[in-house]
Each structure stands twice: as structure tokens, then as C-alpha cells.
Design a protein around this ligand. Structure first.
Ligand code: AMP
Ligand code: ZN
Length: 465
């Protein structure tokens, strides 16, 4: 059973997708007016862990991440630099995708840009207007009328009288949109240069919250499974998304809301506006590896605050090195090696690793299980107790773990071939010794890894099923 902590209920709940075996996942993406900082990447790495875990558990995940390429900040910065909004934001969209690749995040299936979804957003404003949820102000903005929407505040647990956040959520940089009603469509201001689109309510541009409602619904339907973001997104962003979407469609919007805690520096949220941030590029220039940062950000539970220190990155690198060393040692096992098959030990560990992750992504528990196994295997290797098929199962276990952690292999979106080669050597060896049952056992193992063998005159070749 998989359980996630749902911000909506403030409880761990069993995860049951709307369509069996499938998950619709929407994650709030970057605002592209600068390089994403590693605090933002804490959110994206948590979402990557979630996605990889769901895939490992057999779900087919359809993942959408928006790109906010229009808001106060993108407009202001592009004007300051005397560039068109598109030209200015393109640069940071490109660097975002490069960082995603460096940190080995599984790319989303779609990265819709807000500026490409203006018609869908206007449709939604139209629906809300038709149903009486809007009013227009003198400057040509269209506002959402919260008093018309009964459940406003249900996600953030707002005090209904005062409409204040019921818990400590930082929302200073979104202060402009905080308050009772919020803008769906913002009437054009001269200070925003020529950034505007035509609409039935006059020229203007969309409000930030509307972007995510329109784009998530476009790809995932009115009602979908999981929506993620940092805790600063709970209010007002996600609260407003719920109000707009439910009011417009009359349907449920999202079943599970998952929010990550912040990355801190000296007890302050890492943020661009505070200026206390590091980008991935800065850390790489300082000589830290992408996998050490990935491990640092992934290895603290997503709902706990994480204080960023250089000591943490250094100790993460040591953990990564240890896992890689185990792989290297397993690859060195001689094909004649006799000893134990560590398969049961490995499969027990994998079972527990997955079970811990299934408990609201309990990564500390999962890593605890992994490193008990790692230490155990190291001591068996030191005592020459591991057979060649044992080496195969060590490698296959590390590959499975790496489908989630993604810090050991050069590529972790597919299994690398060394393990397969080791198994094929072992099978040839068994066949040479006429140990047919062993040879069959190894063939079955390869079959389970999605590999089919073909014995040709020139030797055994393999391909993926
Ligand atoms: P933004 O580009 O500010 O819209 O943020 C993109 C994502 O990063 C959102 O999900 C934010 O909640 C998240 N985020 C921003 N700062 C931090 C931080 N210091 N720690 C963790 N997540 C963050
Ligand atoms: Zn969003």
C-alpha cells in the first residue's frame, strides 16, 4: 500500500489513482527571470523522487510542469534589459532544461509555457464570468469573487472570518496577490511596455494562478491525481487554483496535494528575493558534483526543512562514492568465484526500500535499509564470500535502487549493460560446466530484467524485450 501525506486532509492517505495504474501529475515549475536556485531544485528533486518511485511501483505517470514566462518579475526584468519578454525568458527556459539534465531529473512529458496558453486561460475566465464568480475593476482587470465560492480556504486551512493563513506559510513575494479577491486577468499598464494580449475585457495579461489551472486542466483533465509544489505555494497560489478550477468546472480538481518544505540557508528560506541563494552552476564551479547535490536534496524527507551546508554536500559525495565502489567491486568478481548468492538478502532489502518509500516517501528509512545492506555486502566481498551470480544480484539491486536515486550509474533511465554482461558470462560458464539448471536460472534472471538471449555460433547476444 502506498501512502502520501495529503495537504488537503493533513493526513497520510492511501494513494488510489483515478484510473488504475495511471497517475496524472502536475508540478508548479519555474518562473523564468533568472537561473533556478537549488531551493527550487529541492522542489523539483522531491517531485522527481515521487515520479521515479511511482514508476518503480508500476504506475504510468503523465507529468506536466508549467513554465511561468509571464508575471511581474519576468516583465520587469525584460524591460530593464530592454529585451522582448520571449527573448528574455527563452534564455532562462534553456538554462532550466540544462540544469534539469545535469541533475538527472526525468523530464516532464510537457512543459507548457504560460504565454502559449492565453486562449485557454481566457476561456476559463469566460466560464467563471458566466457563472457569476467575477467582477471587473476600472483598470480593466477581472477579479475572482471569493465570497461566491463556498470552500475557499480548505487547503490552507484559512480562518474563514479573516481569511488569514491558518499556519505559518511564507508568501511575502506573492503579497500583491494575497487578500480577499485575486486577479484572474490584469488590465494593461503602460509600465508593462507592450506586454499584453487582447481579451473580451480589454488588453491585459493573465494572473499567475490562472496559468496553472488552465494548463493542468488542458493536459490532465478537470480532475486529476497529484499536484505538487513548495509549501509557499499552498497559499495563495494553490488555494486560488482550487477556487478557479472548481468554480469553472463544477467538478473536483485534485485528489492529492503534496508540498515540500523549504531549503534554508542559516535558517532563512533560500530565495531569489532574499539574495541568499546558490545556483547549480555556482556549485559546479566550486567543484561539487551534480550527484552530490542530488543526493543532498533527495536524502532529507521532503516535508522536513533542510538547512543547506557544504558539509552536507561533502558527506553526500561520500555516500555516492560508497555506492559506486560497491558496484565496482561487484564488477570485479571473478567468474569462478564461489560463494553465497546474496539474492535473498538483496531482494529483502529492495522490498523494505520500496516499502519505506511507499510510506510518504520515507527516504531516510529507505536509505537506512540500503546502507545496512551495502555494509553487509562489503563485508561479504572482503571475505570472498560472493559468487558470480551473487555479483549479478548486487548489480541488479544497485540498478533498481538507482532508478530512484539516480546517483550511481552514468545513466539511470535504463539499466546499464555491465550487469547483463556479468550474467551472460556466468551463464556461459554454467553451460560449459553442463550445469543446466544454473544456466536456466540465469536466463530467467535476465528475462526478469527484460533481456532476451540468443545463442549464436559467434556467442551469446542479447537484446531488450
Ligand atoms: P518559483 O520559481 O519561485 O515559482 O518556484 C518554483 C518552485 O520552487 C515552487 O514549487 C516553490 O515552492 C519552490 N521553492 C522556491 N523556493 C524554495 C526553497 N527555498 N526550498 C524549496 N522549494 C522552493
Ligand atoms: Zn502553479
Amino acid at each position: 500500500m502506498i501512502k502520501f501525506y495529503n495537504t488537503k486532509s493533513r493526513k497520510r492517505e492511501e494513494f488510489i489513482p483515478i484510473d488504475e495504474g495511471k497517475v496524472g501529475l502536475y508540478t508548479c515549475g519555474p518562473t523564468v527571470y533568472d537561473f533556478a536556485h537549488i531551493g527550487n531544485f529541492r522542489a523539483y528533486i522531491f517531485e522527481d523522487l515521487l515520479r521515479r518511485f511511482l514508476s518503480l511501483s508500476g504506475f504510468e505517470v503523465y507529468h506536466i510542469m508549467n513554465i511561468t514566462d509571464i508575471d511581474d518579475k519576468t516583465i520587469r526584468r525584460s524591460i530593464e534589459e530592454n529585451r522582448s519578454l520571449q527573448d528574455f525568458t527563452d534564455e532562462y527556459v534553456k538554462s532550466f532544461h540544462e540544469d534539469v539534465e545535469t541533475l538527472r531529473l526525468l523530464p516532464a512529458h510537457e512543459y507548457p509555457r504560460a504565454t502559449e496558453f492565453i486562449p485557454q486561460m481566457l476561456d476559463m475566465v469566460g466560464q467563471l464570468e458566466e457563472k457569476g464568480f467575477t467582477y471587473i475593476t476600472q483598470d480593466g482587470s477581472v477579479f475572482f469573487k471569493i465570497s461566491e465560492f463556498d470552500n475557499y480556504g480548505s487547503l490552507a486551512k484559512l480562518d474563514p472570518d479573516q481569511l488569514r493563513s491558518g499556519e505559518r506559510v511564507e508568501n511575502d513575494e506573492y503579497g500583491k496577490e494575497e487578500g480577499r479577491d485575486f486577479a484572474l486577468w490584469k488590465g494593461h499598464k503602460d509600465s508593462e511596455s507592450n506586454v499584453s494580449w487582447e481579451s473580451p475585457w480589454g488588453n491585459g495579461r493573465p494572473g499567475w494562478h490562472l496559468e496553472c489551472s488552465a494548463m493542468s486542466t488542458h493536459y490532465l483533465g478537470n480532475h486529476f491525481d497529484i499536484h505538487c509544489g513548495g509549501v509557499d505555494n499552498i497559499f495563495p497560489h494553490h488555494e486560488n487554483e482550487i477556487a478557479q478550477s472548481c468554480a469553472a468546472t463544477g467538478e473536483e480538481f485534485v485528489n492529492y496535494w503534496l508540498h515540500n518544505e523549504h531549503l534554508l540557508v542559516e535558517s532563512q528560506k533560500m530565495s531569489k528575493s532574499e539574495g541568499n541563494f546558490y545556483t547549480l552552476r555556482q556549485l559546479l564551479e566550486m567543484g561539487y558534483s551534480p550527484e552530490s547535490l542530488r543526493y543532498t536534496l533527495i536524502s532529507t524527507h521532503y516535508r522536513q526543512k533542510l538547512n543547506f551546508t557544504f558539509d552536507k554536500i561533502k558527506s553526500s559525495q561520500k555516500c555516492v562514492n560508497k555506492l559506486r565502489e560497491l558496484k565496482r567491486r561487484a564488477l570485479l568478481i571473478d567468474i569462478d568465484a564461489e560463494g553465497k548468492d546474496v539474492e535473498k538478502l538483496s531482494s529483502d532489502m529492495l522490498g523494505k526500500f520500496q516499502e519505506k518509500l511507499g510510506d510518504d516517501l520515507n527516504i531516510s528509512g529507505a536509505l537506512g535499509e540500503l546502507f545496512v545492506w551495502v555494509n553487509d555486502i562489503f563485508s561479504q566481498l572482503d571475505n570472498n564470500e560472493v559468487s558470480v551470480s551473487g555479483a549479478g544480484s548486487i548489480l541488479s539491486t544497485l540498478n533498481t535502487v538507482d532508478l530512484v536515486l539516480c546517483v550511481i550509474n552514468d545513466t539511470c533511465n535504463d539499466e546499464p549493460s555491465e550487469e547483463i554482461d556479468v550474467l551472460i558470462i556466468a551463464r556461459n560458464d554454467a553451460r560449459a560446466n553442463m550445469d543446466w539448471s544454473k544456466a536456466d536460472e540465469i536466463r530467467d534472471k535476465l528475462d526478469a530484467l527484460g533481456v532476451v538471449l540468443e545463442d549464436t555460433q559467434g556467442g551469446t547476444i542479447w537484446k531488450r524485450k
